[in-house]
Write a protein that binds this ligand. Structure first.
Ligand code: DOR
Ligand code: ZN
Length: 352
């Protein structure tokens, strides 16, 4: 990949973890993502959640309709199903046949619209067995939700209590540890023995590569820096950036861009989620450049995701340029507005 201080070219990237919601606001967020990415894994945590192939098919049709309305014909949504305590085993083969990309595990109560999530992973063993058999990936929101566990420890405890036992029980199951936020998760994924198989990976968001938990409290409470899993200490950010920019194919791009209106964030009990879709690629470039690893961005953004999902890599090229861009204070979101990550600030990198 040719690298210069002011311009980089890469194969068109994909976003392996994205929330686009539904209805009117979907169009506004799809526009931002489709400008930068060829494909995206679409999260199923709608209200009610996308728990069946039929619901996913209908959701896919609504997405396609919005893409047509935007005049976008080069973006592929990859659909997922929301795992519940009651997911039927038969849904797995149906999903495989329908081209569903993955199932998503939300521990009940972990985050936005996770009330129907899994109360105990053991309830899903028959479904996981079927997923393992057909090579259907499981995407995990890796946090325990017991109220006695400190919010900053939820991910590390999840590794010991849920993920490691799960991977022992289903050694061939393909697992993506989503939006990892800790040194423990980074090192767990880096060091896990997989018998040479492609069974474990992790996505990492731009905010967790660029910020630590001080950013939530800088000069006052900053609701737009609140997401789940919550930002952690600096040593965790450093460990995440280290693995993301190491060229290790187990780590790839997933923004977890999660739109909530300005009003839903700036309130007494604000929603979790950062809206990074507006210039996610520029943010990743900034993170990789900060450690002199811009040459490793293409693998992370464009190669390792499709390789893990056994999908073809994209072929078109895009160019990122180092040209200061002011991020707007607010963007339209249906009949409301949204505050993007870095609102009102100037960022160095953007899409040509
Ligand atoms: O911050 C988050 N927002 N984390 C999640 O896991 C869900 C997401 C959302 O859907 O808003
Ligand atoms: Zn998410």
């Amino acid at each position: 990949m040719p690298t210069s201080p002011t311009q980089i070219q890469l194969i068109e990237p994909d976003d392996w973890h994205l929330h686009i919601r539904d209805g009117e606001i979907m169009k506004d967020v799809l526009r931002d993502t489709a400008r930068q990415f060829a494909r995206a894994i679409i999260m199923p945590n709608l209200n009610p959640p996308i728990t069946t192939v039929d619901l996913a098919t209908a959701y896919h049709a609504r997405i396609q309709a919005q893409l047509s309305a935007l005049g976008v014909d080069h973006f592929t949504p990859l659909m997922t199903l929301y795992l519940t305590d009651n997911t039927c085993v038969q849904e797995v083969s149906k999903a495989k046949a329908a081209g569903i990309a993955a199932f998503k595990l939300y521990p009940a109560g972990a985050t936005t619209n996770s009330d129907s999530g899994v109360s105990d992973i053991k309830h899903c063993y028959a479904v996981l067995e079927a997923m393992q058999a057909v090579g259907m990936p499981l995407l995990v929101h890796g946090e325990v939700t017991h109220p006695e566990v400190d919010i900053f420890d939820r991910e590390a405890v999840f590794i010991d209590q849920v993920l490691e036992p799960l991977r022992k029980y289903f050694p061939e199951l393909k697992v993506v540890f989503e939006h990892i936020t800790t040194l423990q998760a980074a090192h767990y994924v880096r060091d896990a023995a997989t018998g040479g198989k492609n069974t474990l990976a992790a996505t990492i968001t731009p905010q967790h590569l660029l910020m630590n938990r001080n950013a939530i409290f800088a000069g006052g409470i900053r609701p737009h820096h609140y997401c789940l899993p919550v930002l952690k200490r600096e040593k965790h950010r450093v460990a995440l950036l280290e693995v993301a920019s190491s060229g290790n194919p187990r780590f790839f791009l997933g923004t977890d861009s999660a739109p909530h209106s300005k009003g839903a964030k700036e309130t007494a009990c604000g929603c979790a989620g950062c809206y990074s879709a507006f210039n996610a690629l520029g943010l990743y470039a900034e993170a990789f450049e900060s450690v002199g690893k811009l040459d490793k961005l293409e693998g992370f953004a464009s190669f390792f995701g499709p390789d893990f999902y056994s999908l073809p890599r994209n072929s078109k090229k895009i160019t990122l340029v180092k040209r200061p861009q002011k991020i707007p204070m607010e963007l339209p979101l249906g009949d409301s507005t949204i505050v993007p990550l870095r609102a009102g600030q100037t960022i160095a990198w953007s899409l040509d």
